[in-house]
Design a protein around this ligand. Structure first.
Ligand code: ATP
Ligand code: MG
Length: 423
């Protein structure tokens, strides 16, 4: 199979070498100077053509990883599944991948255990490399030899039409790698492109397959959604297309959650970095507040319910215990805040490092759900050093925040607080 690519000469596009970082240019020039093909590939070309700042630059070449290693002293081969050359310049790394093609069934070695590794490492032509990629706009090449853009898959046309299109048959490509379904929604949202109708219907039809993808990959793509401030948008479309429930171990989200995630995305866009515990707590806050309303007796009961709410997600995605603990603290914090100022142990609670974040989360929730607005205002006033007006939400039937109970006076301590307890 050979197709003549569309080639856009330098005079007909806006990508200039000034926009490409120095280390990447060095790698491109050295490869080209040694007689190899040297292309800028993937998201970097797409973003430059769209006038956006690329996150990173990847290089594609017909040199094998071994040949790349010989060309650069500062080069390391990495990755078992997908063998890559990393060329280091100080703390910077330029990733160089040899052109690959999709492996045919009869290319595969006899031992099925070797298939995955092998299938990812069959070298190919630039054209084959373009067609093994996921979306047309992710398969454009910038050739350092001629400064032209090379397009084998119609990506330039799709960029112009702001359309995200899968390369090849979407049903087949999603079966081959179900994570592409999530990536399709992610790129459509990030680039503000329309997802091609054929891809949408293929997602609907292949949705259950995503449950078979490696949880670690889904977890990483999920965090990418939050980092790129499209979590609300993408998870809402994943819900509409029947993908979400297979993605999140049976949890299907709801309108209130998607609205909260939009607010979290806005917060990230405004410059607050997003961490995984906050993202997880935001995903499950609506569900938690439903099963643990503010009149739930006792903080221990609430803590237990927070743990139960998060358990399926955390065990499915193997979330580390520190992050799991932090997410649970955020839910518990939101619960405690919902009860309003004036509860026992308030001072200690407010000193807890996660309480500030819990209040941020509850503030976002109040702004999107319309619930607990007065209570949030009371907390903010209290933390700003003003006297807290003890108020409750106007909704009928809500329990008023407890007035502080009279404390039993503590026995005077005999020992200094740091001394060990008496035996
Ligand atoms: P960004 O880095 O801005 O998120 P990107 O397009 O560079 O976007 P990466 O995840 O860095 O995305 O992947 C680099 C390139 O590798 C993609 O542009 C695409 O061509 C290819 N690619 C990545 N994941 C897949 C996949 N699952 N199937 C096919 N091709 C893929
Ligand atoms: Mg990238």
């Amino acid at each position: 199979m050979t197709t003549t690519p569309t080639i856009l000469p330098r005079s007909e596009h806006t990508v200039s070498r000034k926009q490409i970082d120095e280390s990447t240019l060095k790698v491109l020039y050295r490869l080209h100077g040694s007689g190899f093909k040297a292309y800028l590939v993937g998201g970097g070309v797409r973003d430059l053509l769209l006038g956006r700042k690329p996150k990173d630059f990847d290089v594609g070449t017909d040199a094998t990883p071994g040949q790349v290693k010989k060309l650069f002293r500062n080069c390391f081969l990495v990755g078992r599944r997908f063998r890559l050359a990393h060329v280091r310049f100080g703390s910077e790394v330029v990733e160089v991948a040899t052109f690959r093609r999709r492996a045919e069934a009869d290319d595969l070695p006899e031992n099925p255990d070797d298939h995955q590794h092998f299938a990812e490492n069959v070298f190919g032509t630039p054209e084959e490399d373009a067609s093994r990629r996921d979306f047309t706009v992710n398969a454009l090449f910038y050739d350092i030899a001629s400064f032209s853009i090379i397009d084998y898959v119609g990506g330039l046309e799709d960029l112009r039409l702001k359309r995200l299109r899968v390369i090849g048959d979407p049903l087949e490509r999603f079966t081959e790698d179900p994570v592409r379904m999530l990536r399709a929604l992610e790129f459509a949202a990030r680039l503000d492109f329309t997802l091609d109708a054929e891809a949408r219907s293929a997602i609907y039809r292949r949705a259950p397959l995503i449950a078979e993808a490696a949880p670690a990959r889904i977890r990483e793509e999920l965090m990418e959604l939050f980092r790129h401030r499209v979590a609300g948008k993408v998870l809402r479309s994943a819900h509409d297309l029947g993908l979400l429930t297979h993605l999140l171990a049976g949890y299907d989200g709801d309108a209130a959650t998607f609205a909260l995630l939009d607010a979290v995305d806005t917060r990230t866009a405004a410059g607050t970095p997003i961490d995984e515990a906050f993202a997880i707590a935001a995903l499950y806050l609506a569900r938690f507040l439903r099963i643990c309303p503010r009149d739930t007796p006792g903080v221990n009961e609430a803590l237990h319910l927070a743990g139960l709410t998060l358990a399926p997600h955390c065990s499915y995605f193997h979330i580390a215990s520190g992050t799991r603990h932090q997410a649970r603290e955020l839910l518990l914090g939101a619960f405690r805040l919902c009860r309003g100022p004036g509860q026992r142990g308030e001072r200690r609670f407010l000193q807890h490092p996660s309480s500030k974040q819990a209040l941020e989360l509850l503030t976002l929730w109040a702004s999107t759900s319309g619930e607990h607005g007065n209570i949030v205002a009371a907390w903010q006033a209290l933390l700003a050093g003003e006297k807290a007006p003890v108020t409750t939400d106007s909704a009928a039937g809500e329990r008023p925040a407890k007035k502080s109970r009279r404390r039993r006076r503590r026995k005077p301590r005999l020992a200094a607080p740091s001394a060990p307890p008496p035996h």
